[in-house]
Every structure is written in C-alpha cells, then in structure tokens.
Ligand binder design. Structure first.
Ligand code: ADQ
Length: 465
C-alpha cells in the first residue's frame, strides 16, 4: 500500500520540541521535525506549563515548516500523570527497578485522565486520512482513547524505554489493561528484539494473544510488532564535531588534560544510568592500578532531571557524596580523579568533549537504547579513535557490541578491567573496532529509524537488503 499523498502525519508525545534558531534540537526532535516537513501534519503534546483549570485551549505555532500544537495541564495532572505514574511508577518498573516503583491509585487515575484530556483535545485535529504516531510511555492508552472517540486512522506507537520481562510487569496493577490498550494501535515499535520479545511474552502468556508472523492478534485486533533501533543524526553530529566550537572545546579539554587520558561519561542524572556503579568501578580501577592513577581522569557530565521526584534527589545526593569521597581519597595537589559537572552542554561542545576522550564510559543498568554511545562514536577522529566501554544492558549493545568493550555495569571489576584494556588498546585495534561501530551509526541513523517506522505504519513492505 502506498501512502496517500494527502495523508498527513500527526505526532503525539508528552513534550514537543519545536525547531529552534541555531538548530539546538536533539536527534529525535530533528528526525520527527523532518518527518513532519515531509508529511505536513503537526506535533501535539503538553506545553510543559500549568494552568489553574484545564481548558483544552491549543497553542498553535509554526517554526521552520513544522506546526506544533500544545496544551497546558493542571498542577494535579502534572503531579499524578507526569511526576506520578510516568516517572514514579512506569519509568522505574520498565527499567527493572521494582524497588523504586510506587503504585498509587491516584497516579493511575491521573494518567488515564490526562490521556483522555489529550485525546479530547487532539481528536478534532485529526482528519480521516492522517496517520498518527504516538511516542513513549507517557501515552500508552492514548490510541485506545482516540479509538473510543471514533478515530479509525492508522495509528502507531513507539516505546523509547525497555519493555520489562513478563514476571516483572505483572507487578503493575494495571498491567493487563495497559497491554490491552496497546492493541488499539496498528504498529508498535521497540529498540531491540529483546524488548519486543518481552512484550510478546506478556501478550501471549498473560492475555492469550496469538502470534502470526510479525504480528500479534488479540480479540480480532492485529498488532504489527517491530524492532526498530533509533539512531542519531550521524551527518549532523559529524559536522558538529568539526565545527569551530567543537575544535575549540577539544583543544581546551586537551590542554586541561596535560597529557592525561580523558574518560568521559555524559548522562541525564538518572538512577537507570548506573552512575553510582560507574564511580565505584572507576574507584576500583584507581585502587587496583596505582601506576595509572595520575595518567587518567574521569569527566562525568550529568545535568539533573526530574528534580521533584524523591528518588532523583537521592541519587543526586549519593553521587555528590561518592565523588567527594573518591576525590578526597585519591586527589593530589595537581590531580583530581573525578570532575563531576551537573550541567548540560550544547551539542557542538559535547562533540568536542567526546572527541577529546580516550574512553567513552556508557554504563547504564538498563537503557532502551542510549544515544550517548552513538554520539561518542560519531565524534571520534577516524585516525585515532577512542574506545567505547558499553553496558551489555543498554539497547545500543545490540548494534555496538562488535566494536565496544561490553561490560556488566553492576560489576566494578569488569568496569575496572575494561578501562585498563581500553587505555592499553593499540591504535590498529581501536580503529578496527571503531569502524565497525561507525558503519552502523552511519547506516542505521535516525532518518533510517523514522522511515522504517512510518513505512510500517502506512503498510509499505520493507525492501530486501
Ligand atoms: P535518555 O534517557 O534521555 O533517552 P539518551 O538516549 O542517552 O538517554 O539520550 C540523551 C540525549 O541527551 C543525548 O542526545 C545526549 O547528548 C543528551 N545529553 C545528555 N546529557 C547531556 C548534557 N550534559 N548536555 C547536553 N546534552 C546531554 C530516552 C531513553 C533512551 C533512548 C532515547 C531515545 O531512555 O534509552 O535512547 O530516549 O529513544
């Protein structure tokens, strides 16, 4: 089936990232904006603002050919839907942290209410031929809510985080209902076949769905399931790493390293990113290899996120304590082992930092994909690339596994061994490993990801090769 030239794309996600002057959008936003320019259509979501009483008033804006439509939510909505169910229930559970997940009926109720509000608001904007693409765990039930409002369009859903194993998901009181809702979409996408298989296990074993080739069938609804790993905007990132800003930052980093090897970590400050375990692994390296101590330093960049959720305040305090303790134990007057920075940097600056780093330390305990791993690879100097040390529990390991040093992020010993191996790795091997990863980063980029999904959504069959 070819796309009807009149059909538009409606993207729906919790937050909307309009193109900005200066191009400071993330890779995902760039890809979605490009899709919206190709298909026309619009991008709908929460404005990030609150209002006293929900009115459903839509703020339309147009930036560089992309129309965005956003609504404000009430404070209670944000508490229950965003800080509550999305970030205190689903996020920890889907990252295998049942110990951190909180189950409150109020959260679940608020989540449903807000999804209904989104459905009420966006429904009148959807025309008969439009295709609808819903993003991420904030909006599992949105497709279902739209079907209830008479929407018969092709609808797809993409999950950016892992899908937990069946027995873990069973802990969620609303699990069965949530998965049933997903059958109101036509296509569901995951980053890896591991997440996809966990989803299928649940649907088959708990709900009695049938597998039929690439699809699952439940109560007469047919849901196409696909593994579609997201990539970065590789061309843009390579260009960013050659920009004057990146070059300047690269030189600054090199100067400040005074001949030492830089190890870099870049993450949102989130317990799923394994920062505590990373610091402990690095500490172990310092303990076990006194001769290497002043030869390296770790720059950890971690801007705080979701600060109103308690578990995020805790991880922040833990990391401050831990970095302080390690620096206290090992620092000398001319050397500090960890530079711990709690701020974000523009992409061109990040690219320069990545390029200056001999090791990219990407060790999440669990991650849907992890784009930092791919950005690190894209920013390297082909003649003298650094080494990626990557958690085997990141979705990115499925694509980067051949070139990266894969580690178990819970094991301080494995992290320590991998750091040493990376530091000693001969240039020839570094180039060979990097090339394999870079081929993938360039081939399976964010545009490839987006096109595979929208092609599946419009029913276009993938061409072989
Ligand atoms: P995140 O959990 O946010 O994304 P990730 O994929 O690593 O994780 O993307 C983070 C992005 O933020 C990267 O583009 C990175 O450059 C940027 N970033 C991080 N720290 C920064 C800093 N200090 N300054 C500036 N930029 C910074 C979720 C899922 C992931 C999945 C993505 C996309 O959790 O598993 O890969 O969505 O699907």
């Amino acid at each position: 089936m070819e796309r009807d030239p009149l059909s538009r794309l409606i993207i729906i996600s919790n937050r909307v990232s309009a193109p900005k002057e200066g191009g400071a959008q993330g890779g995902l936003a760039v890809a979605l904006s490009a899709a919206l320019r190709e298909y026309k259509g619009l991008w709908f979501g929460w404005s990030g603002e609150t209002t006293e009483q929900f009115t459903g008033h839509i703020n339309f804006q147009r930036h560089q050919g992309v129309t965005t439509a956003t609504v404000d939510l009430e404070e209670q909505d944000v508490e229950e839907y965003y800080n509550g169910y999305a970030n205190r229930t689903l996020w920890p559970l889907f990252h295998y942290r049942i110990d951190l997940a909180e189950y409150e009926r109020g959260f679940a109720g608020g989540y449903e209410r807000v999804n209904d509000r989104f459905a009420d608001t966006v429904r009148p904007l959807i025309e008969a031929d439009d295709i609808v693409w819903v993003q991420d765990y904030h909006m599992f039930p949105l497709g279902s809510a739209l079907r209830k409002r008479g929407c018969e369009n092709r609808m797809g859903f993409f999950l950016h985080i892992p899908w937990p194993p069946r027995r873990l998901l069973a802990v969620l009181p609303e699990a069965a209902e949530l998965v049933r809702h997903l059958f109101d979409y036509d296509v569901i996408g995951f980053h890896t076949s591991e997440w996809l298989e966990s989803f299928c296990d649940y649907a088959v074993d708990e709900l009695g769905a049938d597998r039929d080739g690439d699809a699952l069938v439940l109560d007469g609804r047919r849901l196409l399931v696909m593994a579609d790993p997201i990539g970065i905007d590789a061309k843009e990132f390579i260009a960013a790493s050659h920009s004057p800003v990146a070059r300047l930052i690269y030189r600054r980093m090199r100067d400040s390293a005074v001949g030492r090897d830089l190890i870099v970590g870049v993450d949102r400050l989130d317990y799923s990113k394994g920062l505590e375990e990373r610091f402990l692994g690095y500490e172990r390296f310092l303990q076990e290899h006194p001769e290497e101590r002043k030869e390296v330093f770790l720059l950890q960049i971690a801007p705080p996120s979701r600060g109103s959720v308690e578990s995020y305040q805790k991880i922040r305090a833990t990391l401050e304590g831990l970095s302080g303790r390690i620096n206290g134990a090992y620092a000398d007057m001319d050397w500090v082992p960890i530079r711990y920075v709690n701020q974000g940097y523009p992409r061109e600056q990040l690219a320069g930092i990545y390029r200056a780093a001999r090791i990219g330390l990407v060790t999440p305990l669990r991650d849907g994909m992890n784009l930092v791993a791919k950005e690190y690879v894209a920013a390297q100097n082909p003649e003298d690339p650094g080494v990626l040390v990557l958690s085997r529990f990141a979705g990115a390991a499925a694509q980067m596994g051949e070139g990266a040093l894969l580690i178990n992020p819970y094991s301080a010993e494995e992290i320590s061994d991998a750091i040493l191996k990376a530091l000693k790795m001969p240039r020839g091997e570094r180039i060979e490993r990097w090339r394999r990863m870079m081929d993938n980063v360039e081939r399976e980029d964010v545009l490839w990801w987006r096109k595979r999904f929208t092609d599946a959504l419009i029913g276009k069959v993938e061409e072989p090769g």
